[in-house]
Write a protein that binds this ligand. Structure first.
Ligand code: LLP
Length: 421
């Protein structure tokens, strides 16, 4: 079997199954994922980056469908979560509580209490206020918890990614400054309430170059070594996620280069290492299928108006992100400049601008590539558009992994108060 998305006899297939057949059965817009491609990406990352010296905590925010989570839990991954809702998903999907790390800059008391109650492995705090809150709530519990408390550092490192997903500079809301880290860590370690977990860092997402990772990890290691010299236990270094993928031509990201950076920085030092990849594991393993509703010529370009929109995949609109878009069936004719736009009433509603595509006609099916991460999970019901359904190809079967939402489901969410009846 050819794993993932490939053209076979003029038809893009997922794990050998024609996407045309899947869309004919389940409609469009539609997300389609390959379980085999997720598995392959997980193995690649595990071999190249973890390499026996670290573990993966999958970034649940990148794709939180329960079936996808179950698959990753079965592969042996842990989970990196950022809300009480994601915690419930991770637990329901079958991640052992001790393999869950709770990250994020603003956890509510209810979320912290729920995490302590559930006995998740680790909470990462990002401010003095949050450390104090976790200690107070843990003290109130009146019994010990297996949960440890880690500290996220802001290493003040720049990245070459989009500003909205760059998190490592000191002017972003994330982490505590390196200069304050040691004092805060001592506060945790001497609290007598909760054990320190170690230090964490995450400098952003869709980062193509290993140099900023290396700079951030060196800063983290420096703090960790200082703490160990002072006699504190620093069991785990959580090195975050962020490895980018090539959205333009689909060549896989260089996990080997990241693995080499891990070796350069940490060598044989006695830390357990943790990684939180999301995009690397999921992006290439999913597509958004969408059908052409109308083709409309304009000055110097053509609009392909499709049934998928910014509410289904917000990345092009929100981050000026590029996703490859291809006709699912081989299409003849010279390529021409084409904007692939949705039905939503905003000029910002597009899946791609300035693509070179052959002439498209009503009914043509398009595959928007690399949509498995931060795709379905960021969708909305804007314009009262029901969510696109999701299909997982697993062991040669196309399995729905979400219920098809209907307009009736959406209307049932609202309430008209008695005054207006
Ligand atoms: N760990 C933490 C603490 C994070 O905040 C994130 C992502 C990750 C791990 C996973 O990063 P990854 O390996 O997926 O790059 N919606 C944006 C991406 C936001 C990423 C937020 N944090 C997008 O569509 O590009």
């Amino acid at each position: 079997m050819i794993i993932g998305f490939h053209r076979i006899d003029g038809q893009i297939c997922c794990d050998g199954i024609a996407l045309e057949a899947i869309a004919a059965e389940f409609g469009s817009p539609l997300y389609v994922y390959s379980a085999a491609a997720i598995e392959a990406a997980y193995s690649r990352f595990d071999r190249a980056v973890c390499n026996g010296r670290g573990v993966v905590h999958f970034a649940v925010k990148s794709n939180s469908n329960l079936a996808i989570l179950r698959l990753l839990a079965r592969l042996g991954a842990g989970a990196d979560i950022v809300s009480g809702g994601e915690m419930q998903r991770a637990l329901k999907a079958g991640f052992a509580p001790e393999k869950i790390i709770f990250s994020g800059v603003g956890k509510t008391d209810q979320e912290i209490e729920a995490a302590l109650e559930a006995g998740i492995g680790q909470i990462n705090a990002e401010s003095l206020s949050e450390v104090e809150r976790v200690l107070a709530l843990a003290r109130n519990m009146g019994r010990s918890t297996p949960c440890r408390l880690g500290l996220r550092i802001n290493p003040d490192v720049a990245t070459d990614t989009h500003a909205k997903i760059s998190t490592g500079k000191s002017d972003t809301k994330f982490g505590v400054p390196a200069a304050e880290a040691a004092d805060l860590y001592r506060l945790i370690a001497t609290s007598g309430v909760i054990e320190p977990a170690g230090l964490a860092v995450h400098i952003g997402s869709q980062i193509m170059d290993e140099a900023p990772f290396e700079a951030a990890w060196i800063a983290l290691l420096d703090i960790a070594e200082g703490l160990r010299e002072d006699g504190f236990d620093v069991p785990m270094l959580d090195l975050g996620g962020g490895l980018g993928i090539d959205y333009r031509d689909g060549t896989p990201a260089d996990a080997d280069a990241l693995g080499a950076a891990v070796t350069r920085v940490f060598g044989n030092r006695p830390y357990r290492l943790g990684f939180e990849p999301g995009r690397y594991l999921l992006a290439e393993a999913g597509v958004l299928l969408t059908r052409v509703l109308h083709s409309k010529p304009a000055t110097e370009k053509t609009f392909a108006i499709v049934d998928g929109a910014m509410n289904d995949l917000i990345r092009p609109t929100l981050y000026e992100a590029w996703h490859r878009i291809e006709p699912v069936s081989d299409t003849a004719g010279a390529v021409q400049p084409t904007d692939i736009v949705g039905p939503v009433c905003e000029t910002g509603d597009y899946l791609g601008l300035g693509h070179s595509l052959p002439p498209l006609q009503r009914g043509d099916l398009l595959a928007v590539r690399s949509a498995g991460a931060y795709g379905a999970v960021m969708r909305s019901n804007y314009n009262t558009r029901p969510f696109a359904a999701e299909i997982l190809i697993i062991n040669g079967e196309a399995r729905p992994i979400s219920v098809q939402q209907t307009v009736a489901d959406l209307l049932a969410q609202d309430r008209i108060p008695p005054e207006l009846q």
